[in-house]
Write a protein that binds this ligand. Sequence first.
Ligand code: FEO
Length: 172
Amino acid sequence: MLNEKIAKLVITQVNKELYSAYLYLDFANYYADEGLDGFAHWYEVQAQEERDHAMMMRRYLIDNGIRVVFDEIAKPDKKFANTTDPLKAGYEHEQFVTSLINNIYAEAFAIKDFKTMQFLDWFIKEQGEEEKNAEDMLKKMELYGHDAKGLYSLNQELLARVYAPSTTGPAM
Ligand code: FEO
């Protein structure tokens, strides 16, 4: 059985991961409307990954004796002035998610919940990758996205992303 405070934090994180999926689908909607199908596709894949994160956390809670009760998911309400804005918002969002995961880790550490720390190790690494991906995309857009040819190439590159469910996953 998990510590109550840790369980609450992980349940809240399930909500944040589902919100992340919702947010990235909102980005995908925006890009679809702009005619950038590669950007839309990239965020659709990202939304699937976020849902996977939520499912991993839900499974961890259930396997550790927690009755999971969901809260409502917030409405994505970001406004975009240009096609770079979602990338900036995505990078900032990943940094925020990293801070949330770090906070759960710190709480687990404080009460010597080594099992949850081990579970979260996978997410700590994953956040490092997600922040890097988001930052790389933003940099590329700033470098090449301002002319039609560069934007076309970048769109094609993002269109090639393939959804691959994690084969490793966190320690349960
Ligand atoms: Fe599940 Fe992108 O953090």
